[in-house]
Design a protein around this ligand. Structure first.
Ligand SMILES: [Fe+2]
Length: 365
C-alpha cells in the first residue's frame, strides 16, 4: 500500500534512516541533514521539521512547510514537502512542492502517486488558485510526474521548467462578497445577535491569519459562515447539522466543515456546550463527519475565534466562556481548557497577545 504520512516522532527510526541517505542536493531538492546521526536527527532534524510545519520560529523569509514521507507498506520510499503558501521568492522559484524518491524505488510510478497524494493535502491548505512547481530541465522523469498530475508548463529558463497545476481546493468556500450576502440573507430568516457574533469571528480570524501565514480571505469567510446553520431557526446542536448540510448543498465543503468543527474543539460531540436537540439522523451525521476530520489550522482558528467573539465586538475568552456557561448551565471543562490552549497556540505563532492582534479595544461590529 502506498500512503503519505507527516513526519512524526513515532516513525523516528525509519525517518532517520531515510533522511540520512538523502543527498545534500539532488535536482534542486536540498537536504539539510545528509549523514545525520541518530542523536542529531532526534534532537535537531525532526524537531525542526515539526516546527516548520507549524510555522514556529521560522528563519526570516521562510513560510510554513509540512514534511511528508511516502511509505510503501512499512518502508519509506520518498519525501514530499509542501510549502503552505507562496512568498515572492517561492512564486518565481521552487513553488509549493518539492520531492524526492529514493533511488531503488524510481521508475515505479511512486513519484506520480506521491505527488497525487501531496496535491490532495495541498488542496486543503494552499490558498492560491494554482499549485506552483519547478523542475530541472535535465530531469524529464520528474517533469513527467508533474504532467501526469495535470501540470502544464507555463515558462522556462536556462535550467528549469515552471509548472502549474489547478487547485480545486480554491473555491471550496465562497468569496468574501458572496459570504456576506449569504449571512445577510440568513439573518433575515432568523434575526439575532449571532449575525454580528459571526462578523466579529470573521474579523478576528482574518487578523490572526495575517500574522500566522494563513490565507486571510479564507479565514474571514469561514469565520463569517461558521454559525450559518442558525439561518434555519433557534436550535442548539441542530445549528451544526443545519449549517453543514446547507453549505454542502451550495457545494462549499470547506465552509461545511467549519460549521461542524467550530463547536467541538476536542473533536467529540460530548463536549458540546448546549442542548442536544438533533434528530437521530442529524446526530449520526455529526458523529460520522467528526470522525472523518483531522483538524487543520483553519478548524483550530475558528474554534478560537468563536470563543472570543461577541455580538458587539471581541470579548475576553474567560468572560465569553463564562457567559456561555451562564446561559446553558454548564461548560465542558475539557473544552474550556482546550480553548485556552488554542489561545496560547496562536499567540505563540504570532509572538503577540491575541487581543492586540484582533484589535479588541478598537473593533466594533
Ligand atoms: Fe459561533
Amino acid at each position: 500500500m502506498i500512503y503519505l504520512k507527516k513526519a512524526n516522532p513515532e516513525d523516528l527510526e525509519r525517518e532517520w534512516l531515510f533522511v540520512r541517505e538523502m543527498p545534500e542536493d539532488e535536482n534542486g531538492l536540498s537536504n539539510t541533514w545528509p549523514n545525520v546521526s541518530r542523536v542529531d536527527f532526534e534532537s535537531k532534524a525532526l524537531p525542526s521539521m515539526l516546527r516548520f510545519a507549524e510555522g514556529r520560529s521560522l528563519p526570516e523569509g521562510y513560510v510554513p512547510e509540512t514534511f511528508f514521507f511516502l511509505w510503501k507498506d512499512d518502508e519509506i520510499v520518498g519525501q514530499f514537502r509542501l510549502r503552505h503558501y507562496l512568498c515572492e521568492s517561492l512564486r518565481v522559484g521552487a513553488g509549493h512542492i518539492g520531492y524526492i524518491i529514493a533511488k531503488p524505488f524510481r521508475r515505479q510510478g511512486l513519484g506520480t502517486e506521491g505527488l497525487r497524494l501531496t496535491l490532495e493535502e495541498a488542496h486543503r491548505m494552499v490558498p492560491e488558485e494554482e499549485i506552483y512547481l519547478r523542475v530541472n530541465r535535465n530531469n524529464p522523469a520528474s517533469l513527467h510526474v508533474m504532467l501526469c498530475n495535470g501540470g502544464r508548463i507555463v515558462s522556462q529558463d536556462e535550467g528549469h521548467y515552471y509548472v502549474r497545476i489547478a487547485n480545486p481546493g480554491k473555491g471550496r468556500y465562497p468569496s468574501v462578497t458572496e459570504a456576506r450576502e449569504i449571512l445577510a440573507e440568513a439573518e433575515q430568516c432568523n434575526p439575532g445577535p449571532w449575525g454580528n457574533h459571526s462578523r466579529t469571528a470573521a474579523h478576528c480570524a482574518e487578523r490572526i491569519a495575517i500574522r500566522c501565514g494563513m490565507c486571510p480571505d479564507k479565514a474571514y469567510v469561514l469565520g463569517l459562515l461558521h454559525d450559518i446553520g442558525r439561518k434555519f431557526g433557534k436550535r442548539h446542536l441542530g445549528h451544526i447539522s443545519d449549517g453543514y448540510s446547507y453549505m454542502m448543498r451550495l457545494n462549499y465543503p470547506d465552509a461545511a466543515r467549519i460549521c461542524l468543527t467550530h463547536s467541538f474543539n476536542e473533536m467529540r460531540i460530548e463536549g458540546y456546550a448546549g442542548n442536544f436537540d438533533t434528530t437521530e439522523d442529524e446526530t449520526a451525521l455529526i458523529r460520522a463527519k467528526l470522525n472523518e476530520v483531522v483538524p487543520d489550522d483553519y478548524d483550530l482558528l475558528i474554534q478560537l475565534c468563536d470563543a472570543i467573539s461577541g455580538a458587539e465586538g471581541v470579548m475576553d475568552i474567560i468572560e465569553r466562556m463564562s457567559d456561555v456557561k451562564r446561559r446553558y448551565g454548564a461548560y465542558d471543562q475539557g473544552k474550556w481548557n482546550r480553548n485556552l490552549e488554542l489561545k496560547a497556540l496562536f499567540e505563540n505563532r504570532m509572538h503577540m497577545d491575541v487581543y492586540e492582534a484582533v484589535e479588541k479595544d478598537r473593533f466594533h461590529t
